[in-house]
Design a protein around this ligand. Structure first.
Ligand SMILES: [Zn+2]
Ligand SMILES: [Zn+2]
Length: 232
């Protein structure tokens, strides 16, 4: 299974990729393709997909972590509209009607835990002030959690997954720690390690301190970068 960073404001090893504020990750396994978030600009999303050689026409499903524009705006550029789009229960009403208005008819609201097949699960956090959902991918090398902004708190999200029987070993995505004091960032990263996370790829709103402590604690072993793919 492979996760590719299609949208972020990180540097890229590929000069054709355009940086942008937001997040989008593509999950591929065999012929199965799932998009997790879509960044803010459709043009940037489509450009980066083209540069890394991905055909977004043939997506099987879309998972939207939460309603913020830096995760949803790029959906306007997707060529396929007849695919299921999973959104988290909570502040979902405006998002669902917006998705309907741009042609996505098959919108699924996730209240708790939903299995997508092929070892993929969506876990919702409607109890959070900003409702969000994560994507858990189970492969032969363990479980990986994809997160958008981690508004509920990434350690809370991993802990809730653990309470439901998922042993999350890797976390990829936005950790929402860029505006937090260093002691808080350190304690969140230490808590991830205590929960059994062994690999971390901090993207988007994670901040420099999360990267630094992630490296220090041995969790960040692969550099986060735009248009880079990670095997999970
Ligand atoms: Zn965000
Ligand atoms: Zn957000």
């Amino acid at each position: 299974m492979e996760v590719t960073v299609l949208y972020d404001d990180l540097p890229s090893p590929n000069p054709g990729c355009i940086k942008g504020f937001g997040l989008s990750l593509l999950v591929q396994q065999g012929g199965f393709r799932l998009l997790f978030d879509a960044g803010s600009s459709p043009d940037v999303l489509l450009n980066n997909a083209r540069v890394v050689g991905v055909e977004l026409k043939s997506l099987n499903a879309v998972v939207v972590s939460h309603a913020h524009l830096d995760h949803t705006g790029g959906l306007r550029g997707l060529p396929a509209r007849n695919i299921p789009v999973y959104v988290p229960y909570g502040q979902h009403r405006g998002l669902v009607s917006w998705l309907h208005s741009i042609g996505f008819e098959n919108v699924v609201v996730v209240r708790d835990l939903q299995e997508l097949g092929g070892g993929a699960y969506v876990m919702a956090y409607p109890e959070s002030a900003i409702s969000e959902q994560s994507l858990i991918l189970e492969s032969t090398s363990g479980s990986t959690m994809l997160v958008g902004c981690s508004h509920p708190g990434v350690h809370y999200m991993v802990g809730k997954a653990a309470s439901r029987g998922f042993k999350v070993e890797r976390v990829i995505g936005g950790l929402h720690l860029s505006d937090q004091p260093e002691y808080k960032v350190r304690s969140v990263v230490m808590e991830l390690k205590r929960l059994g996370v062994r690999g971390l790829i901090p993207l988007h709103c994670s901040g420099g301190a999360a990267l630094q402590y992630g490296r220090l604690l041995g969790l960040v072993r692969e550099e986060p970068a735009l248009c880079r793919s990670y095997s999970i």
